[in-house]
Design a protein around this ligand. Structure first.
Ligand code: SF4
Length: 348
């Protein structure tokens, strides 16, 4: 098994700001839940006020702008410039690659650190079955265009039983595209995936055995090409320490309806610990996610235990067969004998 040595930085603050929830695609396991997150496009004046509140609370945070598809927001360039003025350490735009409103022309590489593209298959038919017809070609076109304009591009690949085998082909594709960083995500049972879970999406999530047998080796092979690969620890080995980022890190998952979560796993439920009310960020009374982070349970991640219990296994004695790690902690997967950089950045 390859080394996985870079832990998250407990001091870094990260703001994941959903500027709208609308999207042009209907991905099979989209985590957006309109009942919980609203259907609004946040006016840019409000975005600016909320960004200012968060910048004052956590100076020098990294900002990730997302949606829905954030480039559908006509005021995204103004949002990026506001973030720069407010002193955010980095600005990333997560996109499906359609890049609406000529966003690559409206912004310069000096204003955006990275465009992070979502692609869930090395082959078009695999990706398009999951994300929608034509989305593979659009994403690749977007990546090439962004690279040609001088922007940094990273890739977010949500690993599932439908695409895990394609990790072998992903390395050469990323090399060809000039993408130097890859985030591997675990398929979360939230939003549309949760609604579909009881029968319609059986087997899409990898079992611990499948994950361990396949993903670290495939990821290390990609890393051997000089591509930085970041993935959550997912299933902890015996003796491996468990850390809940909800206790130690400074993350904000902001939605247009004012809900602000510290952990994304609870986003289908009103367990957010913070909320914007009339442009003030207010702590919410117990019980909320913060009370859950404080619990020590043998299964590891308490939120996973609550919202995705079917991901757990137990021994005949009733003990957890493994602990589930924090989905927010990104570790760098290195090629055998490789060395990683410190301070891995975050992605959703
Ligand atoms: S994913 Fe689990 S371990 Fe990580 S912050 Fe959420 S509750 Fe804590």
């Amino acid at each position: 098994m390859p080394d996985a040595t870079v832990d998250f930085s407990a001091r870094a603050a990260n703001v994941f700001f959903h500027v709208l929830t609308r999207c042009n695609l209907r991905c099979r396991y989209c985590y957006i839940n309109p009942a919980a997150h609203g259907r609004r496009r946040l006016p840019v004046e409000r975005i600016e006020r909320w960004l200012a509140v968060l910048a004052e609370r956590s100076p020098g945070a990294n900002l990730v702008l997302l949606g829905g598809e954030p480039t559908l927001h006509p005021d995204l360039p103004r949002t990026v410039r506001a973030a720069r003025r407010l002193g955010y350490a980095s600005v990333t735009i997560d996109t499906n690659g359609y890049l609406f409103h000529d966003i690559l022309e409206a912004l310069s590489p000096g204003e955006v650190d990275t465009f992070s593209f979502s692609l869930d298959g090395a082959a078009p038919e695999t990706n398009d079955r999951l994300r929608g017809k034509g989305s593979w070609a659009a994403c690749l076109k977007g990546i090439r265009k962004a690279r040609a304009r001088g922007f940094e591009a990273s890739l977010i690949f949500t690993v599932s039983a439908a695409n895990a085998v394609e990790l072998d082909a992903l390395g050469p594709l990323l090399e060809d595209l000039g993408v130097r960083r890859l985030f591997l995500q675990v398929l979360g049972l939230r939003g549309r995936a949760a609604a579909a879970a009881p029968g319609r999406e059986p087997g899409l999530r990898l079992s611990p055995e499948q994950w361990r047998a396949r993903i670290p080796v495939a990821a290390a092979a990609i890393a051997a090409r000089g591509i930085r690969v970041l993935a959550p620890p997912v299933f902890l080995e015996p003796g491996e320490p468990f850390v809940c980022a909800g206790r130690t890190a400074d993350n904000y998952f902001v939605f247009p309806n004012g809900r602000v979560y510290r952990c994304p796993l609870g986003e289908d439920y009103p367990v957010h610990s913070l909320a914007f009310r009339r442009d003030r960020l207010e702590e919410r009374p117990p019980l909320n996610e913060r009370d859950l982070f404080a619990l020590d349970i043998p299964e590891g991640c308490v939120m996973n235990r609550l919202v995705q219990p079917d991901t757990l296994r137990y021994t005949p004695e009733g003990k957890p067969a493994y602990r589930v790690g924090c989905c927010l902690i990104k570790e760098e997967i290195l090629p055998p004998g490789g060395r990683g950089e410190a301070g891995a950045p975050w992605s959703r």
